[in-house]
Design a protein around this ligand. Structure first.
Ligand code: NAP
Ligand code: ZN
Length: 346
């Protein structure tokens, strides 16, 4: 089968487009013929290599996939050959107390599929092996590329905003990286929930996209002082909630933008993770600093209800082929991409 993989960490030059043997379903697993995958920033983390997070080599990235089941392993009853499915991004044991409580994120066997799994288990291939329990039905109204653009980003955003921050209708939420893969889902989800959305973006094109998705205001980080502008927009009160994945810079800006009693949720640190907190601000303003990571199967199903009712649409701005992944990763690192990039797999 055709796949994109790497055998060592490095820049985009380590990506190989080539032939690999097709995977075979083990007990409790299925193999799907992948029709589409989509890019996430963790493609770049995996390729570069991360301290204290070993990535099995050789590695196929691709945390999202949509496709047709072509083989089911022993003991699989929830899907059959021919089913059209989307992949939830988490693998877990499904039998430990955390899994049974629906919190597979806390399972000791939890792995993000196409990122921590392997060798050679991910979505950037014609065929991919996954746990049968990861499969959810692909809604008929979604194209393959739209379906593949949804699971990882949407479930992460849902957990951040609904489960962790417990965002309420009418609240004002500051969204960093609002035009990106997670950001475009955050803007739509928050608008559908009746929130005011202040979208932080670094260009006019990104601002226009966020306004078209329902952002109430945009703040231009390339030419405005983010904190001053947010305080001006909120009459010096500050925002109720901050959605963050930027890291060092955005973390301190986000905290400065919060109202007294506000909460900030973070799921990533693209710019670096060594951020600081002034503890006096934390206790005086009585802030809640919240971490969030991916999302559970039940959170994915809950978020899919909003996709099925048309309240949220994946913001796919480009459809590329497997051979284009290296170039697209470079553009993503250079902040030149918008929304989600789907990868069509022929
Ligand atoms: N733990 C989890 O569950 C989870 C889930 C999803 C994503 N994440 C993490 O969240 C981050 C964003 O993921 P994503 O898929 O939304 O990425 P994305 O599509 O590339 O969007 C990220 C946005 O962040 C902004 N940004 C700020 N500093 C940047 C920098 N130094 N390099 C690149 N972009 C920068 C860019 O917007 P502007 O140019 O407008 O600032 C960009 O549009 C990544 O670190 C990812 O690993 C974590
Ligand atoms: Zn478990």
């Amino acid at each position: 089968m055709k796949a994109v993989y790497f055998t060592q960490h490095g820049g985009p030059e380590v990506l190989i487009y080539g032939d690999l043997p097709e995977p075979q379903a083990q007990r409790g697993e299925v193999v799907i013929r992948v029709r589409a995958s989509s890019m996430n920033y963790n493609d770049i983390w995996a390729r570069q290599g991360m301290p204290r997070l070993p990535v099995p080599l050789p590695h196929i990235s691709g945390t999202d996939a949509a496709g047709v089941v072509v083989e089911v392993g022993e003991g699989v009853h929830n899907v059959k050959v021919g089913d059209e499915v989307m992949a939830h991004v988490l693998q877990s044991c499904r039998v430990c107390p955390s899994c049974l409580a629906g919190e597979e994120l806390f399972c000791r066997a939890m792995q993000v599929w196409g990122f921590q799994t392997g060798p050679l288990i991910g979505g950037y291939a014609q065929y991919a092996r996954l746990q049968a329990s990861q499969c959810i039905p692909k809604p008929a109204h979604l194209s393959w590329t739209d379906a593949a653009a949804i699971p990882g980003a949407l479930v992460s955003v849902w957990r951040m905003m609904v489960t962790r921050a417990k965002v309420q209708p009418g609240e004002c939420v500051l969204v960093f990286g609002a035009s990106g893969g997670t950001g475009t889902f955050a803007v739509q989800l928050l608008r559908a929930m009746g929130c005011q959305v202040v979208a932080v973006v670094s260009s006019e094109r990104k601002a226009e996209l966020c306004l078209s998705l329902g952002a109430t205001h945009t703040v231009r980080s390339d030419r405005q002082d983010v904190v001053r502008e947010v305080l001006r927009l909120t009459d010096r009160r500050g925002v109720d909630v901050v959605f963050d994945h930027g890291g060092i810079t955005t973390w301190s800006q986000g905290i400065a933008c919060l109202r007294w009693g506000g909460r900030i949720v973070i799921c990533g640190a693209t710019e670096g993770f060594d951020a600081q907190v002034d503890l006096r601000v934390l206790w005086n303003k009585q802030l809640s600093l919240l971490g969030s990571h991916v999302g559970t199967h039940s959170e994915l199903l809950a978020s899919m209800a909003m996709v099925n009712s048309g309240l949220i649409k994946p913001c796919v701005t480009e459809v590329i082929g497997l051979r284009d992944l290296g170039d697209a990763q470079v553009r993503m690192q250079n902040r030149q991409t918008l929304g989600k990039i789907a990868v069509e797999i022929e």
